[in-house]
Design a protein. Structure first.
Lengths: 168, 276
């Protein structure tokens, strides 16, 4: 039941990203990349092949719709690979805790650190690949900063609202 | 051998990650080069059809402005026609036309943009014309206000157009008031401003001059408007860059025409024999 709900959310976020968020273009360049919440929603598992493959395909779908070659696939895969290390680092979890791990039940401070770190890394890789040269590194950094703020505001607002609903 | 298996066992996730990442990089690099961008693009039946459906809803909100634009274009064309027919009337008295000389060189197809993109460094448009509408690779795409791009990947129902807002885009352009020509490129910053390079130093330029297509290639007919000179960087030096304010608002486009050149094959054959 829970897995189906996660799956539905992932599809909804994908559609939201393609149809709405890719077209915001706040002050010409800045877009939120909310599809990163795929990394936070996907259940932890000891076997990571499925997760890596799913992240790759998820990014690739987005690339299909936004004509970007493979930059979303590459950047999402990159943070998908790093996810486990950050979970170990920020939450101090072992293999046994994976099944019951849920972001909602963790302390907000730790969740905040985790989400911010992964978002910044993802956005930096994404914009570097989009730029694909060492020129204009200042623009890459600025884009990363603005888009990260945009994405984080949307993510935390969304998760706050949805969590409220679940409690009642 | 045992060592190797142990190594693969230990690093299996990393190796799998590396494999997928390599595939992704291959796709990125393919997408950057002009002729290889075949696999990942929004012109496929699934993605194109998806954008077609969503567009049919959002189209209703733009009907008013679209109608006004088409009316304006009709007005301009009607005035041109009036001028031409008068010219033909006066000439016909003295000269008899040979029918072969009245042959048409360019043919336009009408189409619609399914997906518009202007935010990235390498932008592409998707249009609802494909090989079934006899659209081919490397045809020009224009609308009533100016040029938009060049088709690069044509499938059965949809094709992908490389926008002029693409860092790889190079289009022949010239000044309207003289015959000096240069190359139109884009630096990736502002989607309303493109750069004109290689204009000779002796060309006299003023802010506000109109830039049109040059007609040196067989992609765009000569004289299609592009934009006006916004400012000139580096004055009269050899490295000067001319910023062009486009006539089109690239962020809101709908109706387009694809240009077919009947003489393209002939011109290409001619250039081939020149090189030998």
């Amino acid at each position: 039941m829970n897995k189906i709900r996660v799956f539905l959310w992932i599809i909804i976020i994908l559609l939201l990203q393609i149809l709405v968020l890719n077209n915001i273009n706040f002050s010409q360049h800045i877009n939120p990349y909310l599809y990163i919440s795929f990394i936070f929603l996907f259940p932890l598992n000891k076997n990571r092949f499925i997760f890596l493959l799913a992240a790759f395909l998820y990014g690739l779908t987005l690339d299909f719709f936004s004509d970007t070659g493979g930059i979303h696939a590459a950047s999402l895969l990159f943070v998908a690979f790093l996810r486990l290390y950050f979970i170990k680092l920020f939450f101090r979890k072992n293999n046994i805790d994976y099944l019951l791990f849920n972001l909602h039940s963790e302390a907000f401070g730790q969740v905040f650190n985790y989400v911010v770190t992964i978002t910044i890394i993802h956005h930096f890789v994404l914009f570097s690949l989009d730029n694909f040269s060492f020129n204009n590194i200042d623009i890459v950094l600025l884009n990363t900063l603005y888009s990260t703020i945009f994405t984080l505001v949307l993510y935390f607002l969304g998760s706050y609202i949805l969590r409220k609903k679940q409690l009642h | 051998m045992q060592q190797l298996i142990y190594f693969i066992q230990k690093y299996r996730y990393f190796l799998f990650f590396l494999l997928l990442e390599l595939i992704a990089f291959q796709l990125i690099i393919n997408n950057l080069s002009f002729h290889n961008s075949k696999f990942i693009n929004s012109a496929s039946t699934i993605t194109g059809g998806f954008y077609n459906k969503t567009n049919s809803i959002s189209d209703y909100f733009q009907l008013d402005t679209e109608n006004k634009e088409l009316l304006n274009e009709n007005l301009i064309l009607r005035n041109k026609l009036e001028k031409l027919s008068q010219n033909i009337d006066t000439i016909a008295v003295t000269k008899i036309f040979e029918k072969t000389k009245l042959r048409q060189r360019y043919l336009y197809f009408k189409g619609r943009i399914e997906k518009n993109q202007f935010r990235n460094n390498y932008n592409f448009l998707t249009i609802n014309l494909g090989s079934k509408d006899s659209v081919r690779k490397e045809m020009g795409v224009i609308n009533s206000k100016g040029i938009l791009g060049i088709t690069e990947n044509v499938l059965h129902n949809y094709s992908r157009v490389r926008s002029i807002l693409n860092k790889n885009s190079k289009i022949n352009a010239k000044l309207k008031n003289s015959n000096y020509f240069g190359t139109l490129t884009w630096d990736g910053f502002d989607y309303n401003i493109t750069q004109l390079l290689d204009i000779p130093r002796q060309a006299v330029l003023k802010v506000g001059d109109t830039i049109i297509t040059g007609g040196m290639s067989s992609i765009f007919p000569e004289g299609i408007p592009i934009g006006r000179v916004d400012n000139i960087v580096n004055g009269a030096s050899i490295k000067r860059i001319i910023n062009i304010q486009l006539f089109n608002d690239m962020s809101s486009l709908k109706n387009i025409y694809v240009v077919k050149d009947f003489d393209k094959q002939q011109l290409m054959n001619l250039e081939k024999t020149d090189n030998e």
